[in-house]
Each structure stands twice: as structure tokens, then as C-alpha cells.
Design a protein. Structure first.
Length: 279
């Protein structure tokens, strides 16, 4: 969350990190068939805390943050009929930069019959951070996806605004090589919260879920968004929820509630929150 108020480190080692994950469906549960990593990007052992054999995995970045010049890459492949929930234990922090750009690339490939739940905590951009982040989800026919991403500009809990730096953030959903939803947020030289795009807010979030219909749309709209500036739309069979807020926590809470309501409808199983969310 965005409550940490520790100052960014003045100097840091430049990290190059890669994590590759390969999931397969077994006779009883989905398992992490193979994984490989280079540098400080890891995954905890697979957890199976709910009926049905869904594999819960926690992606860990031990340094806890990125500085200019760092590069992180995650590539997860879900084989046919695999069911995986991916999350992170804490916000991904991007510290201020003296000029170099921190880069994060996340690629999720989901085969026919498989389902991927991508439920990370927010990306937290410190004032002066320079960031390029991309998440691309590629679905085969019959694959399902339910996920979100949240970007927090500055540290509202510390009354620190994001007034300088540059951000280029993308969240893409593809099926059979065709784009379903392409989202991109770029800012540089101007505080993003001051622009028309964020309407004075420091936090922007998007939730995407496939296999939706009018009933799912109505269900999502019925979930109370509180004081958020929020909207819910249906693009083909993709449910799109967007939110703006002064803090990340209410956006996360709304997304979790939407997920809890729609998981049975879209994925055929009741919501079972990852244990790490309670720590």
C-alpha cells in the first residue's frame, strides 16, 4: 500500500531480473511445472488454499523497489486447463531517478481452457520516478482472464505529490493475436494529477475480465464504489472497470469486491482471497 513514507535510497545497484513461470494442469490441481529466474525476482512455493486446485503464486521482488536503470521482466505461461492466481505481497515501488528509466515488462500467456487471475498490489511512483511498465495478456480461444492494475502517482499518505519525472504505463489484453483492450497512460514534465486525464486524482486503476455479459455488467455496477470516481463498461465480452481516487486503498477495495462478486459467475468458483492479503 502507499502508507510507507521512507525516503528513497540515494544510491542503489542497478538490477536486471527475469522470472519465467510455466504452469500445467494435473489430475487434481494446477502445479508450477517449471520456473527459472535471474536476479532478484522470485516466486514463493505454490499454494493451493481453495477447493478445485487453483494454484496461488506470490511474485516477490526482494529489493522492494526499482531505481532508474533497473529492469524487471516476468513471463508466465499457463498451459491448457491450468488455473492460476498471481499476486504480489506489497506495492511495487519506483524511486526517484536522476535520469535513467526503470523498466518493468510482464507477459501472461493463457492457453485454451486455462484461467489467469492477475491481482497485484499497486505500482507506486515516487516523485521524480521515470518508469516504463508494460503488462500484456495473450489469450487462446477458450482462455479466461480476470485482473487489474493500479498506478499511484506520488505518496498521498505522506502528502507527497508526483510533480516531476516521466511515466509510460500500458495494460493490454489480446485474444488470438487481436487486441481486446489497449490502455496506455503517459505523462512527462507535468504532474499527472493536475491534468485532465486524472482529474486531480493521484491514483488510476483498471480492471479487466473476460467472458462477461450484460448480467455481469449489471452485477459489477451494483458493487458500491463509495466515493470513487468510477465507471463500468462492457467491450464485447470484456468487462472494464476504471477508477480514479486520491488514495490507492479504496480502489483496491472496490476491485476486490467486484472480483468477489463476479468470480463465481465468470470463473465458476467462489472468491478465496490470497492469504498474503491478510498480512
Amino acid at each position: 500500500m502507499n502508507s510507507a513514507c521512507a525516503p528513497a535510497p540515494a544510491t542503489a545497484t542497478r538490477w536486471r531480473a527475469l522470472l519465467e513461470l510455466d504452469y500445467a494442469a494435473g489430475p487434481v490441481r494446477t502445479y508450477l511445472r517449471q520456473w527459472r529466474h535471474q536476479g532478484p525476482l522470485l516466486v514463493q512455493r505454490a499454494f493451493h488454499p481453495e477447493p478445485g486446485g487453483v494454484c496461488h503464486s506470490y511474485v516477490l521482488h526482494p529489493p522492494s523497489g526499482l531505481v532508474g536503470g533497473d529492469e524487471l521482466a516476468l513471463a508466465a505461461c499457463l498451459q491448457r486447463n491450468a488455473n492460476v492466481l498471481l499476486t504480489t505481497p506489497a506495492a511495487t515501488k519506483f524511486y526517484r531517478s536522476s535520469g535513467a528509466t526503470a523498466r518493468m515488462t510482464q507477459s501472461l500467456r493463457v492457453a485454451d481452457g486455462a484461467s489467469c487471475e492477475w491481482l497485484p498490489q499497486e505500482n507506486l511512483l515516487f516523485d521524480g520516478a521515470r518508469v516504463r511498465a508494460r503488462t500484456r495478456v495473450e489469450l487462446d480461444p477458450g482462455a479466461r482472464f480476470f485482473g487489474w492494475e493500479i498506478a499511484c502517482f506520488g505518496r498521498p499518505a505522506c502528502d507527497e505529490a508526483y510533480t516531476r519525472g516521466a511515466a509510460d504505463l500500458g495494460f493490454e489484453l489480446w485474444r488470438e493475436g487481436r487486441p481486446l483492450v489497449l490502455e496506455r497512460l503517459r505523462t512527462g514534465g507535468v504532474a499527472p494529477a493536475a491534468g485532465a486525464g486524472l482529474r486531480g486524482h493521484a491514483v488510476s486503476g483498471s480492471l479487466l475480465a473476460t467472458g462477461a455479459d450484460r448480467g455481469a455488467l449489471d452485477c459489477a455496477r451494483a458493487v458500491d464504489a463509495g466515493t470513487l470516481l468510477a465507471g463500468v463498461t462492457l467491450l464485447g465480452d470484456v468487462l472494464v472497470c476504471r477508477a480514479l481516487a486520491p488514495q490507492a486503498e479504496p480502489v483496491r477495495r472496490w476491485f476486490e469486491n467486484v472480483w468477489a462478486q463476479l468470480r463465481p459467475r465468470l470463473l465458476g468458483r467462489v472468491a478465496h482471497s490470497p492469504r498474503i492479503w491478510a498480512t
